[in-house]
Design a binder for this molecule. Structure first.
Ligand code: FES
Length: 164
């Protein structure tokens, strides 16, 4: 596998290699989701064409196959956003448990609307419409892909204030 132009950092390559090692040699494609996540993290929260091309080259996949996957899954950002990704589940179960109030609280706290990033580049409030499969513990949100459940204003303050 080659990383000719050093667009992917050594740390990202290490993570991709780890994903690749989990699958049979002829199924390198299976490592793509993990590879995209590592590259997105490297780039402070969003993917660029350059990064996707570098992954395609490294995993020996067609560029178009990488673009398709990156644009299909909502966990990948293709436009610049702030560093930390906060996604509040607003699907039916969480809605019944007060996710609307959570959205209002966080929008007021951060001074932005869902779909926007804070001016200091710290927090991106993502539009999340899919159920995140933690319905019994709603209302919930994902922060940089970590689940936080049974949210209260106190818990939200603690979680968001701890983000650098
Ligand atoms: S509805 Fe929110 S986790 Fe399922």
């Amino acid at each position: 596998m080659t990383n000719n132009n050093n667009i992917l950092t050594a740390h990202t390559i290490e993570e991709i290699d780890d994903w690749v090692s989990r699958y049979p040699e002829e199924q390198k494609r299976s490592a793509l989701l993990g590879a995209l996540r590592a590259a997105q993290h490297q780039n402070n929260g969003f993917l660029t064409t350059e990064l996707m091309d570098a992954i395609a080259e490294y995993l020996e996949l067609d560029k178009i196959a990488v673009y398709e996957v990156a644009s299909f899954y909502s966990m990948y950002e293709l436009e610049p956003v702030a560093k930390h990704n906060v996604a509040i589940c607003t699907n039916i179960s969480c809605m019944l448990m007060g996710s609307d109030k959570v959205v209002d609280y966080i929008e007021n706290k951060l001074g932005i609307k869902v779909g926007e990033s804070t001016e200091d580049g710290r927090i991106y409030l993502k539009q999340e419409e899919e159920c995140l499969a933690a319905c019994a513990a709603g209302p919930m949100m994902q922060v940089d892909h970590v689940y936080h459940e049974k949210l209260t204003p106190e818990k939200i303050d603690e979680i968001l204030d701890a983000l650098d």
